[in-house]
Design a protein around this ligand. Structure first.
Ligand code: GDP
Ligand code: MN
Length: 385
């Protein structure tokens, strides 16, 4: 589970890591009021689960209430894409925090290095930039040190990391203290990732976490009530519906809905549709078995996405019997309003019986295809036609 920046900062504050004071707001009015309390200048920051918000226009400095209003208005409701094209993510909340005067920008992170079975602390004096880039062009600028989970991170060790990283001498103790506190936060909250980029030195030579990226191990949430409580319900209506029905659903950008039985088949169906020149809108794993009810639910979720203009249902029958699936499809046509064409490819156990049932039912907008590639080509044609 990923935390929004401000949730991460609240967790940092509890662990004794210095963060700027701020308030979260979900509307322009609330943001302006928050800015008034935080004081000016303040920074209005989009709260979405991706980095690169600064470059995307999601972080703005406000010198007075008028600017706070303008920036909050522009940022709330904005769709932000990640640096690698992830998303878009819509901004539902901003974090309004006191602006910092930045003397230096460092980078600090702690990740669970599964191959070493140990947390790995990374520190660099070259923060604020794309850390992957630094790792490539100047690998020595990143100091990496494993921590034994039994011993934890001692202050001496943290100081030695800071010295190796070439941190300004007067703030070595400050940075070391923060590393120790971050390690505490990592350990106490069952985090798998904590990243602070930038970790800044202010004009007063204080070390402050200006950004926070935190991932908590979802399997450990049962012992972190306060973290489990902030797990937002998915905002996307299809995701919410799928979750309610216990289906595995992934939303994508295009217009072809994809339904399959089994995650592996769904993934390869995505690839085949993309290869045929199509643009998947989502994929939904109807799971093994795929009884009528599951198919009705699945088609309901997929067709409730207004972007979907055609659906491909790819079934490879094993334990799942194609005649059962066909009955499910026929039932779904009776119960769900199917206003987009559906291409069905049935293969495997009882596929002939399944195809016969579908042919008998002669459903409007239903198309058969014998092969996966043929089905993909057909659905792309229908989706774009
Ligand atoms: P990200 O782009 O999503 O990683 O968001 P960050 O929180 O890291 O902010 C991006 C950049 O905005 C930082 O690297 C800073 O340079 C700048 N920034 C953020 N907050 C402040 C602030 O309070 N004062 C100043 N001067 N710059 C800030
Ligand atoms: Mn950042």
């Amino acid at each position: 589970m990923d935390l929004l920046e401000y949730q991460g900062k609240q967790l940092f504050a509890r662990a004794g890591v210095a963060v700027p004071e701020g308030e979260a707001a979900g509307s322009v009015e609330d943001a302006v009021a928050a800015a008034g309390r935080v004081g000016f200048p303040c920074v209005i920051k989009a709260q979405v689960l991706i980095g690169g918000r600064g470059k995307a226009g999601g972080i703005k400095l406000a010198k007075d209430a008028g600017e706070a209003r303008a920036h909050a208005g522009a940022i709330l409701g904005m769709d932000i894409r990640g640096p690698r094209g992830e998303g878009p993510f819509r901004v539902h909340q901003v974090w309004v925090e006191a602006a910092s005067e930045i003397d230096a920008e460092y980078y600090a992170s702690i990740i669970l290095d599964r191959s070493a079975k140990k947390p790995l602390v990374i520190l660099s004096r070259m923060g604020g930039m794309n850390v992957e880039e630094i790792a490539e062009t100047d690998p020595d600028a990143l100091v990496r040190r494993h921590v034994h989970p039994r011993d934890g991170l001692a202050l001496d060790e943290a100081r030695s990391i800071a010295i190796d990283a070439g941190i300004d001498e007067d703030v070595v103790d400050g940075v070391a203290g923060i590393l120790v506190a971050l390690y505490g936060a990592f350990n106490d909250n069952d985090a798998t990732l904590i990243e602070v980029n930038p970790l800044i030195v202010t004009a007063d030579r204080e070390v402050v976490a200006l950004d926070a990226k935190v991932t908590i191990d979802g399997a450990a949430l049962f012992r972190h009530e306060e973290l489990a409580a902030i797990e937002d319900p998915p905002e996307d209506p299809q995701e919410r519906l799928a979750k309610e029905k216990g289906l595995t659903y992934v939303k994508l950008d295009g217009n072809v809905g994809i339904l399959g039985n089994g995650a592996g088949l769904c993934m390869s169906t995505l690839d085949v549709v993309a290869n045929a020149g199509g643009d998947p809108a989502n994929f939904l794993d109807a799971g093994g078995g795929s009884k009528a009810d599951a198919i009705v639910d699945a088609l309901e979720v997929i067709t409730s996405d207004p972007k979907v203009t055609a659906v491909l249902f790819n079934i490879f029958g094993g334990i799942t019997r194609c005649d059962e699936v066909a009955k499910g499809i026929i039932e779904a046509y009776g119960r769900v309003e199917m206003d987009v064409p559906l291409v069905v490819r049935l293969d495997g156990t009882n596929s002939e019986e399944g195809l016969r049932l579908l042919a008998e039912a002669s459903l409007d907008g239903l198309h058969n295809a014998a092969t996966m590639l043929g089905a993909a080509e057909r659905v792309v044609e229908l989706a774009n036609g």
